[in-house]
Design a protein around this ligand. Structure first.
Ligand code: GLN
Length: 491
């Protein structure tokens, strides 16, 4: 390999993917930080919001996050069979930018249309860009995991940038400026991708082999579903269909759970797996449950915790009131600080033969998540006495959540590609993100429940979540001794 043409010692194409993902996450997290604030903001005043109830707003937020990650599944299929991964990323990035610019229009009607574009675009981009990362390492297997670690950094640099710019503009100047900034960020990503796409070489260039006839039939299905979708959205925008957001979110959560369940059962029973592949699948199923539960807590950051920051936290620093969204900095900043430390700890434990296996790492992730909500319960207690509380509570909450994320998220991604049945590899990212989808929609439902009665209703919901985290963590720890496949480590 020509070393002058590398990116931190990795294939140079990683730089293209790094920057594209960075801008995409900048736009995703930046806009997401504004979403519930905008939906629940008062309809009059200097920066008028939509004035919706917490329950509705949180449910819509949950549906949005759930849809974003759910669409990774069809997005992967479209790239595998019709477009190829590179083209899917490019079109996806373009549609995301279009979505943010649609949101930037200061009219209420553009809201759901904009969200739909972002959902569709992210479906095309998020999983497929992760797939191309893997493809860069076809003959460099030992480097792949560290390639993904670098890639994970781009996510967090991007989100820091998003919180910084979009939250400031959106909250201090006007919501639509924040949405527009997200669009500009994504547009930078599109330009960058077009300019440096050649560095990817052949990675992600070609869809699966199939006859032209079959491909054109599949394309027809794809366009037909898109048209169908837009007809439904159009009817919704014209007021022909109205749906109660919480009702829809609940059904959507069931739907996603059934999809995941059916897929696991199909793989287990009908995919012709060998005995050891089946054993690994059980392991992945357990990790899947852990991950879905984890994201249901993690995604409270832009949901209920965002509202806690706005309504019950003192945001002044040296006389300047920081934007609510800035508190979410804590997560990506802590990722950048602690990722190398966690990697070092795992490597050290591996040297002394004590590296915890996958289910134990996931259990650690869930225990940190439980701890983070314990901190929030204390914060809520203090707020009930005298509100607002200091920022340190949310910062500490995010610190524990980040530690949990580092125990679970980076290794989860590689575990799914490593232990998934080989012939179904392409779909493993989709499956991993399906856990994020279930987590996201659950986050919206739980967040709405928590905020339904102001401060009083927060703690019961958070303690319910803590109990669940403890139960799942204990089950994972218990089963890790039983399942032999779990003895292997992901890194
Ligand atoms: N923070 C990571 C990202 O944005 C993981 C998010 C998720 O899977 N829910 O990619």
């Amino acid at each position: 390999m020509n070393t002058s043409n590398t990116f931190f010692g990795h294939p140079i194409g990683l730089r293209t993917l790094f920057l594209t993902e960075m801008w995409e996450r900048m736009s995703y997290y930046g806009m997401r930080a504004l979403l519930v604030l905008y939906m629940t903001g008062a309809v009059s005043g200097f920066n008028p919001g939509l004035g919706w109830s917490q329950v509705d707003a949180q449910a819509i937020y949950g549906i949005y996050v759930g849809m974003v990650y759910f669409m990774v599944v069809p997005g992967g299929w479209i790239a595998d069979n019709i477009l190829g991964h590179q083209k899917a990323v490019l079109i996806g990035a373009f549609i995301i930018a279009l979505g943010h610019f649609t949101l930037a229009m200061p009219i209420e009607q553009s809201f759901f249309l904009g969200l739909t574009f972002v959902v569709l675009g992210t479906g095309l981009l998020k999983g497929n860009i992760s797939t191309i990362v893997g493809e860069l390492y076809k003959n460099l297997d030992e480097k792949r995991d560290s390639g993904y670690t670098i890639f994970y950094m781009s996510i967090n640099i991007g989100s820091t940038l998003g919180f910084l710019v979009c939250a400031y503009l959106g909250e201090k100047i006007g919501w639509h400026w924040g949405f527009g900034a997200a669009g500009i960020g994504m547009a930078f990503g599109v330009i960058q991708f077009i300019k440096h796409r050649n560095l990817l070489g052949d990675a992600g260039m070609h869809p699966n082999e199939m006859s032209d006839k079959k491909r054109s039939r599949l394309s027809t299905y794809m366009y037909a579903s898109l048209v169908g979708m837009f007809l439904v959205i159009g009817a919704g925008l014209m007021g022909l269909i109205t749906v109660d957001p919480r009702f829809f979110a609940e059904k959507f959560a069931y739907f996603l759970t059934i999809v995941a369940g059916v897929y696991f059962v199909y793989l287990f029973l009908f995919a012709g797996l060998t005995a050891s592949e089946r054993k690994n699948l059980i392991l992945l199923f357990l990790l899947f449950i852990g991950a879905a539960a984890f994201w249901a807590g993690f995604d409270q950051s832009a949901g209920s915790l965002n509202i806690f920051a706005r309504d019950y936290t003192d945001l002044s620093v040296l006389g300047f009131v920081i934007p609510v969204g800035w508190l979410q900095f804590a997560n990506p900043m802590f990722v950048v600080i602690f990722a190398p430390i966690f990697a070092g700890i795992w490597a050290y434990l591996a040297r002394i033969n004590l590296n915890p296996n996958l289910p134990i790492k996931f259990a650690i992730g869930l225990l940190f998540m439980a701890l983070s909500f314990l901190v929030m319960i204390i914060a809520v207690d203090i707020a009930l006495e005298s509100s607002p509380v200091g920022m340190q509570w949310l910062v500490l909450t995010y610190l524990f959540q980040t530690w949990g994320e580092l125990a679970l998220s980076p290794i989860g991604l590689s575990a799914f590609s490593r232990y998934g049945p080989k012939r179904y590899m392409g779909q493993m990212f989709g499956l991993w993100f399906l856990a994020s989808a279930i987590g996201g929609v659950m986050a919206g439902l739980l967040g709405g429940e928590a905020l339904d009665g102001g401060l009083e209703t927060i703690s019961p919901v958070f303690s319910f979540m803590i109990q669940y985290y403890l139960v799942i963590a204990i089950v994972l720890i218990g089963l890790s001794f039983i399942i032999k496949g779990a003895k292997e480590n992901a890194n």
